[in-house]
Design a protein around this ligand. Structure first.
Ligand code: FES
Length: 280
């Protein structure tokens, strides 16, 4: 049993929880995820790790209420327990294995959309802790939907918030901010984009044109996170990969986003049915 130490609402339908999970906290690296189960019969929910404290033995997760299970999870409070909290799963971000001196000479750009700020945060934090400063763009629909702003600001070299409605920061999509930064003379060696599929698709179309190698995280299409359900099949460079075991990070210029989005849509329908059941 894994105790929830803190439960907080960050924005509309977006929640943060600190969970006591010492073994996961001891071994996890940026880019990895966990699977949580609320009770014995509960659905397995894959969630990216937003933060970890090895000494305190805690993991921070951030999730969006998008289906029946996450709706139920959003009602859990500090003092409640998860039945299972499995991890760390998936492969850590590639840079964890890279030579630090090479990393320090790279100019890296992180692009997060919406709740994608959660998996981006531990990566930026890890880099900062290892002496690497990076630029971070975080986009959301409105100012109220921007999450983890203070934390991100503390670890990013340069932090650029963007809002679609122009209520805060750069007015417009993250892609227009990328274009602006490049026009201003920034030369990026790599871009890491995490967020809604459509955001990652358009970021990749742009970075391909700008010739910036780009890594994306295909977390959004995972269902059971074990390599068994097949829901996270994604075509990368013409080959079929599973996001949960081969990823979640892939070369964004090789990902077939249209196919992945179609697959995501299919599961949304099933999720819709499950929500109806919970509400009955
Ligand atoms: Fe089910 Fe990857 S999420 S196989």
């Amino acid at each position: 049993m894994y105790k929830i130490l803190k439960a907080e609402k960050l924005a509309d339908k977006i929640y943060l929880m600190d969970v006591e999970a010492p073994r996961v906290a001891k071994h996890c690296e940026p880019g990895q995820f966990v699977i949580v189960k609320m009770d014995e019969k509960g659905e397995r929910i894959p969630l990216t790790i937003c933060d970890y404290d090895r000494e305190a033995g805690t993991i921070t997760i951030v999730f969006q209420e998008i289906g029946a299970s996450t709706m139920k999870m959003s009602k859990m409070i500090a003092g409640d327990y998860f039945r299972d909290f499995i991890g760390p799963l998936g492969r850590p971000s590639d840079f964890v294995e890279e030579d630090l001196e090479t990393l320090k000479n790279k100019k890296m750009l992180f692009v997060a959309g919406g709740v994608g700020a959660a998996p981006v945060y531990p990566q930026v934090k890890w880099l900062k802790e290892h002496g690497v400063e990076v630029d971070v763009i975080v986009g959301s629909k409105t100012k109220d939907m921007l999450i983890l702003e203070k934390k991100m600001n503390e670890v990013a070299g340069n932090y650029y918030p963007c809002t679609d409605d122009g209520t805060y920061g750069h007015a417009g999509m993250v892609t227009t901010k990328i274009e602006k930064l490049v026009e201003e003379g920034n030369k990026y060696d790599v871009c890491i984009a995490i967020g809604p599929m459509i955001m990652m698709k358009f970021t990749c179309l742009l970075t391909k044109k700008l010739e910036i190698p780009t890594i994306v995280s295909m977390n959004p299409i995972m269902v059971d996170g074990t390599g068994m359900c097949g829901a996270c099949r994604v075509i990368v460079g013409g080959e079929v990969k599973f996001a949960c075991v081969d990823g979640p990070e892939f070369d964004g210029h090789l990902v077939d986003f249209d196919n992945a989005m179609k697959r995501q849509q299919m599961y949304r329908t099933e999720e819709g049915r499950a929500i109806l059941k919970v509400q009955e």
